[in-house]
Design a protein around this ligand. Structure first.
Ligand SMILES: *[C@@H]1O[C@H](CO)[C@@H](O)[C@H](O)[C@H]1NC(C)=O
Ligand SMILES: *[C@@H]1O[C@H](CO)[C@@H](O)[C@H](O)[C@H]1NC(C)=O
Length: 220
């Protein structure tokens, strides 16, 4: 019986993966609105490809991730992004990376989501408190304190953060499973949308006084 179940599972899995290859490709940006008239503009899912004959080694090269970002800002962190916009050779390869610098004593990469990628983070220097929260209904926090050499993974689409809890600068590098992972910083997206979300909506959603919501909206 067990082996029949196993066989069935195997067949279903094989069927699912062969079906999956018939589906549309995953989106490589937030959206790609269809048009009928190509004269009014044309865009593809991702970027246009250079003629391979014209490719050069520099298309597959990026310089400068040794340079710290300036963390002198409200959150005390700086993300240097190396995605397909900075590094055209990444087009269609499904990967990208970032360098993140954190100011001492609480510099943080605030809670955010990458809608299109999981992220694997490596700590080069400093001490980071990191975590992610699972989806509803559990909303379980998985968190950890990381030291140099440690690696942590943030699953695709989940809210996550990193905070420098040390007294010195911290530096991490991360690889992400998309050429354009996208970033939704929760506070900015919710309280800083353009145009603003009606404050009554946010007051109810966050169980806050409307005045507090309006203050938050001014900040973002
Ligand atoms: C991050 O650092 C770069 C390089 O120093 C700087 O140009 C940029 O303004 C910084 N970004 C933020 C959000 O502080
Ligand atoms: C979520 O919580 C419920 C109720 O406590 C539990 O039964 C379930 O196993 C949890 N799911 C996960 C993925 O942790």
């Amino acid at each position: 019986m067990k082996s029949v179940n196993f066989l069935l599972a195997f067949v279903l899995l094989a069927l699912a993966s062969s079906l999956a290859s018939a589906y549309d490709p995953s989106p490589l940006q937030d959206f790609c609105v269809g048009i009928n008239d190509i004269k009014t503009g044309i865009f593809v899912n991702g970027k246009f490809c250079k003629d391979p004959k014209l490719a050069t080694p520099n298309d597959f090269f990026f310089k400068g991730l040794n340079i710290p970002g300036n963390t002198n800002n409200l959150v005390g962190s700086n993300v240097t992004i190396v995605n397909v916009d900075q590094f055209p050779g990444l087009n269609t390869l499904g990967i990208s990376m970032v360098r993140i610098d954190y100011a001492p004593n609480g510099g943080e990469n605030p809670p955010h989501i990458h809608p299109r990628a999981s992220e694997i983070l490596f700590v080069q220097e400093g001490t980071l408190y990191v975590g992610f929260v699972t989806s509803n209904p559990n909303n379980t926090l998985f968190s950890k304190i990381l030291y140099p050499g440690d690696v942590f993974v943030f699953p695709i689409g989940l809210i996550h953060f990193q905070v420098n809890i040390g007294k010195t600068d911290a530096v991490a590098f991360a690889a992400l499973g998309s050429q354009d992972p996208g970033v939704i910083t929760i506070a900015n997206a919710v309280f800083g949308s353009n145009p603003p979300i009606n404050p009554d909506v946010l007051a109810r959603a966050f169980q806050l006084d409307v005045k507090v919501v309006k203050d938050l909206q001014k900040k973002f």
